[in-house]
Each structure stands twice: as C-alpha cells, then as structure tokens.
Design a protein around this ligand. Structure first.
Ligand code: NAG
Ligand code: NAG
Ligand code: NAG
Ligand code: NAG
Ligand code: NAG
Ligand code: NAG
Ligand code: NAG
Ligand code: NAG
Length: 565
C-alpha cells in the first residue's frame, strides 16, 4: 500500500513536469512566425545544397506557407489546373531523376511542418504522366509527408512510350518504387528521423501501382490503399479498345444512342437487378448477382424505326457488352462491364462509338504503329498486349505472401458503377489470391480486405454513397476512420482495428458542396454482400446487413471446395 501511494505521488510530480515541458514547447511553436518556422524555412532551403541522390538534379526546395497559390510550371495541359493552393505549411521539394539514357521522372514532395510521423507515396491515374498535386496537398494537410512523380513522362497520353522501353519501365513500376525509396531518404534528411509508418495511396492506375508494390514487395509499406485498380492491365487495355468495333461508329446505321443506353437499357437493368438486394433505389448492391441480357428489349417484328425497343443487331451488341471478353479460342480474358454502369460512366467512355482515348497503348506500345486502326481491332488481336506484357505491367499475381510476411495491410475498394475499369476484376483478383495462397476469406482478412462500393463510379462519382475519403476529390464528412478509407487503413495498421465495412456518404444532390448528408451506407467487405433487411429506413445503414454467400469457397465462380467447412 505504502509503495503504491509513493508511486502515485511520483507519478503526479512527473505528470506536472511533463505538462510544463509540453506547454513550453507549444509556446515556442505557436506564433507561426516563431523560431520553429524560421528553422524549418532554413532547413528546407538548405536541402537544395545538402541533399544528394544518384542521377538526380534538385529543381526546387522551398518553404510554402499555408494558403499560398503556387504556379506549376510547364504543366502538361492534360494534367489539370496550372496552379494549386496549398492548405498547410510545407517544405516543397522537387527534382528530376534520370533512369536511363532516354528516360527519367520528375518528383515532388510536400513535407508538412506539422508532421504526424507518417509517410505516403502516391500513385497516378490514366496513362500516368501527371503528378496529383491535389492529393499531395490533401495528404500533407492530414499530416503525411507525401511524395508523387510524373511516372516517367508528362501528360496523360501514350506517345512517350513509343519505341522507348525506359519510359515504359518507369510507368510499369520503376517511378513509384524509386520515389518511395527516395522519399524515405528525404524524410530522414528533413525531419532528422525516419517515418514511423509508410503508406501507399492510389486509385485506377494508382490502384495498379499499389498492387504492383504489394505483389513484388520490394519496398516496405505498412499499408496500401488501392482503389479501382487497373490490374490485369494488358487485358484491360485490349478490352478498352474492343468496344468501338462492337458498338460500331456513332454514325453507323442502328448505333445505340446515349438516350437508349441511359433510358430503356438502364431501366431494364434496374428492373431486373435493382431488387436483388432487397430494396429498389436505383443502386445495385451486388452486381455479381445480376446476369443481364437485353433479350426482352427486342422490338416486335414488323415495327420499324422505334427507339423504345431494340433491333436484333442491337440486342446482340448489348449482350456482347455484358459478356466477358474472350479470345478467339474462347478463353476468358477480362470481365464484362458491370450492369448499372451503362446508365452513367460507361456510356460516355466506352459506348460512344468513337475511339477510346487510352487505346493509345495499343497504338504506341502493342502494335507500335501511329496509323493503327482502332476500328479494325478484332478478337484475334485481344491477346497481343498480354503476350508483350512489358516489364510485368500485367499486375495480376495472386501471391502476396512476401507482402504479408512483411506485416503489410491492403485496403482495396472498387465502385460497382465503375464505367472505366470493370468492378468485376477486383473480386476476380481477390479470388486469385485466395486460390494461389490457398486461403479462405477469414485468413485473407488478416492482411488484405476488399470492399465493393455500391453507387460509386471510377474512383469517385456515382449515384450512391460514394464519398469514402480515398482522395481529395472524394472526401467524406470527416477524416475519421468511420468516414475515410485512408484513416480506416491507418487505424488498422497502427491500432490493429481492422475495418469490417467502409462507410460511404451520399450528399443531397450528389454534391459535397451542399454539405447536407442525404444518407450513409456501410459497404461490406468481399465476399459479403449488402442486403436490406425488409424493415427500417433504407437510408439508415443499420437497416442493411452484410450477408456471407452460401458455399463460397476459395474461388468465386469456380466450384472449388469451401475451405470454411
Ligand atoms: C489558377 O489557374 C486558373 C485556371 O485553371 C486561373 O483561372 C486562376 O486565375 C489561377 N490562379 C492564380 C492565383 O494564378
Ligand atoms: C491553413 O489556414 C487555414 C485558414 O487560415 C486554417 O483554417 C487551417 O487550419 C490551416 N491549416 C493548417 C494545416 O494549418
Ligand atoms: C526535368 O524532367 C522533365 C521531364 O520529366 C523535363 O521536361 C525538364 O526539362 C527537366 N528539368 C530540368 C531542369 O532538367
Ligand atoms: C460522332 O463522334 C464525333 C467525334 O467525337 C463527333 O464529332 C460527332 O459529332 C459524333 N456524331 C454523332 C452523330 O454523334
Ligand atoms: C426509317 O428510317 C429510315 C432512315 O431514316 C427511313 O428511310 C424509313 O422511311 C423509316 N421507316 C419508317 C417506317 O418510318
Ligand atoms: C479501319 O478499319 C475499318 C474496319 O475494318 C475499315 O472499314 C476502315 O476502312 C479502316 N480505315 C482505314 C483508314 O484503314
Ligand atoms: C491484328 O493483328 C494482325 C496480325 O498480327 C495485324 O496484322 C493487324 O494489324 C492487327 N490489327 C489491329 C487493328 O490491331
Ligand atoms: C437540390 O437541387 C434542387 C433542384 O435543382 C434544388 O431545388 C435544391 O435547392 C437543391 N438542394 C440543395 C441542398 O442544394
């Protein structure tokens, strides 16, 4: 007892000393013009002279004050706004690194003065050559030392890949991998110590880059946030180029119009599949359960020029759009567009009857022919890209054991209404991991969790509760783990609390600008699927339940034995 009291007494004294110390530290840091800021400015500027990396030329090292708008010199016009307003006090560092005799990448770091000790490497989007300044700013503001690159070329197009293997290699994996290594050195140089945790964040091409790092496990990441991933990349590219020959050009006779896709076809999809989750709200919770064909939309014989039904040829086209891409030998190559996506993104991306912009990859990398004819791309050509597979860009290796051994966690999400990258590729990858590693979901859950987000398009947008905090453009109401997949991942990594679902928010009129939450929905982790319980307000997430699919083994769609029994 006496000892206990004595301990207690010592503890109070110690706490007092500690709080006095802390108060004096805070006092020193506060006014923004204080000593700490002067030191940070000096330290930041000095990096231009003191920080050295091989084959690297430092372009800039400067302190940027919260609220400053910086101009982004020589930004490629496909990369968005030529300036950005910075929302925290940062040390901004940028450099060029040469990776080969005709290749190299541009690097940017936003190092917040108010640092949480966390480091994040960001990926890219599309054909890759744009630094995501908005996400650098957003993650720096949330306390991360953040880095990103132009992925080895400037601009969102494939011409730089033409007869240039070095640029292809940077894009396949090298720019991300090198920038993560470089970024870790930079963190030590600027803050005087290593980051306590390292993260990777990316969507689309960025999702593929994240999985590439998980599959190759060359760099230590404690957590990887990977969305709508462009995995199975070569088939994805062939798939993207396959639609124009299927739909025909927008001037061809009988071309299925925007109004038909978003009208009669979308309505028919919803009529057949919206209710499968127990509630009709225009949003299909589990698109894997929807086996759609347009056969019922066939016009009665004898009717001509009607737009409220489809001709035989049109029915065939729609059914092909909702079938997987197969090789001429009939092998399954890439999943169909997910039903529901036609009403929104796919119709303006793949079903336009014009050349899909990203078929540039076929032109400059696969066929190496600037006069490549996108209209003539036929099933005999579907496998060419995968045969080439430059620098292992396919990114479809189901063995994550090295990553798991390093203690890493992956949080993977995909919007069901994604009209650019079929959402079905994600459960296919999960199942591949399950089969390759011979693990059932409860074991995979230890290091890799995948969430299907209903009502979400490509990395954002959509008709439903899609604000999940994965990017600056798609933040939820708070940056708490309940509203943000990034912070759900941080909590999993740092506190061991794994997310069983992720919460998405829908705002009134679909825009965060209104600031008024319409409803939230808890998006289930795969293979669970979200089902309305038949009573209660459907806008209340608790009126829904995540249901485990009966008989699910390790391989959806493959009648393998269930590991669960
Ligand atoms: C930033 O760029 C936009 C164009 O995207 C322009 O309208 C605006 O004036 C620029 N702002 C500053 C401060 O340069
Ligand atoms: C940046 O400045 C704004 C406006 O003064 C302020 O609301 C915000 O908290 C500051 N951000 C940081 C990270 O200090
Ligand atoms: C840095 O590299 C980019 C290409 O990524 C190039 O356009 C630019 O001229 C280089 N800048 C310098 C200063 O070397
Ligand atoms: C077809 O697409 C082209 C290229 O986007 C466009 O200029 C044209 O207006 C479209 N024509 C029709 C009939 O929609
Ligand atoms: C259908 O459209 C075609 C081409 O516009 C026209 O030649 C034909 O007369 C139309 N048929 C009927 C029954 O309206
Ligand atoms: C492209 O291919 C289509 C379909 O095979 C063909 O009709 C068209 O003439 C070709 N265009 C050129 C410029 O070769
Ligand atoms: C398809 O493949 C054939 C055979 O390799 C090739 O000659 C042709 O140019 C390819 N066509 C397209 C449009 O990719
Ligand atoms: C939502 O849109 C409707 C129709 O445009 C408008 O009347 C309403 O004021 C909007 N609500 C909010 C909160 O902005």
């Amino acid at each position: 007892m006496v000892n206990l009291r004595y301990d207690h007494y010592c503890w109070i004294i110690l706490s007092l000393i500690l709080s006095l110390l802390l108060a004096s530290v805070e006092g020193n840091q506060h006014p923004q013009t204080g000593h700490a800021v002067v030191e940070s400015k000096k330290k930041c500027a000095s990096l231009a002279e003191t920080f050295k990396l091989p084959n690297t030329k430092i372009l800039l090292a400067e302190y940027v004050e919260n609220g400053t708008t910086i101009n982004l010199q020589n930004l490629d016009p496909t990369c968005g706004s030529p300036n950005i307003t910075v929302n925290s006090n940062i040390c901004r560092v940028s450099w060029n690194t040469t990776t080969g005799y005709k290749s190299g990448f541009r690097f940017e770091a936003f190092l917040p003065i108010d640092w949480s000790g966390r480091f994040v490497t960001l990926g890219n989007g599309g054909t890759g050559g744009c630094i995501l300044y908005g996400d650098l700013d957003s993650t720096a503001k949330q306390g991360f030392a953040a880095v990103d690159t132009n992925n080895g070329h400037d601009g969102d197009h494939a011409l730089p890949f033409f007869h240039n293997k070095g640029v292809q290699q940077d894009y396949a994996y090298r720019a991300v991998r090198m920038s993560a290594r470089q970024g870790k050195h930079l963190v030590r140089a600027f803050y005087g110590k290593s980051a306590r945790k390292s993260y990777y964040v990316g969507c689309s091409t960025g999702g593929r880059q994240g999985f590439k790092e998980a599959q190759d496990a060359q760099i230590h990441f404690d957590g990887i946030l990977a969305g709508s991933p462009a995995i199975d990349f070569n088939h994805l590219n062939s798939w993207g180029a396959s639609f124009l020959p299927i739909t025909g050009s927008n001037t061809s006779a009988g071309f299925i119009t925007f109004d038909q896709w978003t009208g009669i076809i979308h309505d028919d999809v919803l009529r057949k599949c919206d209710g499968l989750d127990g509630y009709k709200d225009g949003i299909i919770e589990d698109t894997l359960k929807c086996h759609y064909t347009a056969d019922d939309l066939l016009c009665p014989s004898g009717s001509a020029n009607r737009t409220d039904c489809l001709t035989e040829d049109q029915v065939k086209i729609v059914n092909r759009v909702y079938s997987p891409m197969r090789s001429i030998k009939g092998e399954y190559l890439y999943p169909r567009i997910q039903p529901g996506a036609e009403g929104f993104e796919a119709v303006i991306v793949y079903l336009t009857g014009t050349i899909f912009g990203y078929s540039d990859w076929q032109k400059y990398v696969v066929f190496k022919d600037p006069n490549w004819n996108a209209s003539a791309f036929d099933p005999a050509n579907y496998t060419k890209a995968q045969e080439l597979n430059p620098f292992g860009i396919q990114t479809f290796n189901g063995d994550l054991s090295a990553f798991r051994k390093n203690g890493g966690k992956i949080l993977h999400y995909h919007g069901n209404e994604d009209g650019i990258i079929s959402a079905e590729i994600s459960p296919r990858y999960y199942d591949l991991v399950s089969k390759t590693m011979k693990l059932a979901p409860h074991s995979i859950d230890q290091f890799y969790r995948f969430f299907r987000v209903s009502g979400m398009g490509h990395c954002g947008n959509g008709q439903g509760a899609h604000f999940i905090g994965n990017s600056q453009a798609n933040l939820g109401p708070t940056n708490e783990p309940e509203d943000s997949v990034l912070w759900a991942l941080v909590r999993w990594v740092e506190k061991g609390i794994a997310p069983d679902y992720i919460t998405g928010t829908a705002y009134v009129n679909g825009s965060r600008d209104t600031g008024i939450v319409d409803y939230q929905r808890k998006h289930c982790r795969y293979p669970f699927s979200n089902v309305y319980q038949g009573k209660g307000d459907p806008k209340d997430p608790n009126s829904w339940k995540c249901i485990y699919p009966q008989g699910y083994g390790y391989g959806h769609g493959h009648p393998t034995k269930s590991l669960l029994s």
